[in-house]
Design a binder for this molecule. Structure first.
Ligand SMILES: Cc1cc2nc3c(=O)[nH]c(=O)nc-3n(C[C@H](O)[C@H](O)[C@H](O)COP(=O)(O)OP(=O)(O)OC[C@H]3O[C@@H](n4cnc5c(N)ncnc54)[C@H](O)[C@@H]3O)c2cc1C
Length: 378
């Protein structure tokens, strides 16, 4: 049996990030993934590597480091960065107040508040009639996750010597041995990155940490005929992302949204518009939490009403009817109260790593470095 220094369970962005950090140290790494290729949250998301408006301590610092790694890896692995930057379109005075307060914080470096006229000169698609102010952030990157994640795995195998065992479910971990659906694997250290799988490995640890699941609805629209120089958010994100929502000014906005867009808040809807290289638009999303507060989270159905709300918000921001829908899909990710990432040590030489904040595309590379540093720095 071939022996590895590190086994990684799961080939989503978190598992690949752990594998990259280890391979960069010259470790012999094997990645074990139950699917034939990544099929979880990492390929169902917007592909938005974002830091603007993220909580400073839990996300922003990690997102800044991850952004650096994305740029390095994208260049080496031939992964296109399809869009850069972020536009936050405020349609209410209360939203503009949140943006002004945000701009006074140190996490707003490089961001600027623009008049509507100035914003439309650079991003004409922000044509909604009530748009009052727009914040521009130059920091965001966008990759096409469905292509980027497989390309990252292929590059890790080709250039970094990482061994991949696809269609191989890990059924148990007893260091230095892993029991898999294709026989045993030997590794000195194991990092389990299972995404929202809460039943296969260490279910009692995940339950004790309160790990649950969130379901999101997404869609792809045909090319609207305009080019978006960056991704777009609306007022709703200002009560969702911690770096905005934690500001005192967000209270007034929340009250107004409760009066005017209560159904959006009920379904955890905020609007992200992200354009792909072919001009099509990825739009989302909603948030339904499995368990306590919402039976929808445990359901697999995608509700048409939620798509209608998203498309209405799209129209309010762009001033245009949405083009035809090309695809609809749902995604799920792990959630928990408390820290943005769970790093647990269920056994000596084993770490369980779960991003519980729905922002793993933006933070995964930094988390991978942290986990490998803690395990292998002497
Ligand atoms: C709709 C949606 C939109 C999002 N948008 C963004 C965004 O724009 N920006 C952002 O930063 N984040 C975003 N996120 C969150 C981000 O996608 C996740 O935080 C991240 O992908 C989690 O990565 P992961 O590797 O932990 O999980 P996953 O991608 O789910 O990967 C886990 C993998 O582990 C495998 N696995 C599990 N158990 C086993 C086992 N026992 N044996 C073998 N294999 C196993 C699974 O098959 C799976 O492939 C979004 C998520 C969703 C769903």
């Amino acid at each position: 049996m071939r022996k590895f220094d590190l086994a990684v369970v799961g080939a989503g962005i978190v598992g690949l990030s752990v594998a990259l950090a280890a391979a960069r140290r010259g470790l012999r790494v094997v990645v074990l993934e139950r699917c034939a290729r990544a099929r979880g949250a990492s390929v169902r998301n917007f592909g938005l590597i974002t830091l603007t408006g993220q909580d400073r301590d839990s996300v922003w610092n990690r997102a800044r480091r991850s952004r650096e790694v994305w740029l390095e890896v994208a260049a080496q692995a031939g992964i296109p960065i399809v869009r850069r930057g972020l536009w936050v379109a405020a349609r209410r005075a209360e939203s503009a107040a949140v943006l002004e307060a945000f701009l006074r914080s140190d996490t707003a470096q490089g961001c600027e508040l623009l008049s509507v006229a100035a914003a439309r000169r650079r991003c004409p698609a922000l044509g909604g009639e009530n748009v009052q102010a727009v914040m521009w952030s130059p920091h965001e990157l966008r990759v096409e996750s469905r292509e980027a994640i497989p390309a990252l795995a292929a590059w890790l195998a080709r250039e970094q010597g990482v061994v991949f065992h696809w269609e191989t479910a890990v059924l148990g971990v007893e260091p230095p041995r892993l029991h898999t659906s294709r026989g045993p694997v030997s590794a000195a250290v194991t990092v389990v990155c299972p995404g929202d799988d809460r039943v296969t490995l260490f279910p009692e640890r995940l339950a004790a940490a309160g790990v649950g699941r969130c379901k999101l609805q997404m869609l792809r629209l045909e090319n609207p005929g305009f080019s978006l120089p960056g991704s777009v958010l609306s007022d709703l994100s200002l009560v969702r992302y911690g770096g905005f929502a934690g500001l005192p000014e967000a209270l007034g906005l929340r009250r107004r949204l409760e009066a005017e867009q209560a159904e959006y808040l009920l379904h955890g809807i905020h609007l992200i518009i992200a354009q792909s290289a072919d001009g099509s638009l990825v739009i989302g999303d909603s948030h339904h939490y499995e368990g306590a507060d919402d039976a929808r989270g445990a359901d697999f159905a995608a509700e048409e009403r939620i798509y209608a709300l998203l498309l209405d918000e799209y129209r309010a921001v762009t001033g245009q009817y949405a083009p035809a829908v090309r695809e609809r899909w749902t995604g799920t990710y792990a959630v928990a109260g408390g820290p943005a990432v769970l790093v647990d040590a269920p056994l000596p030489g084993v770490r369980l790593v779960v991003v519980t904040s729905g922002i793993g595309a933006s933070t995964g590379f930094a988390i991978g470095e942290e986990v490998i540093g803690e395990l292998f720095d002497t």
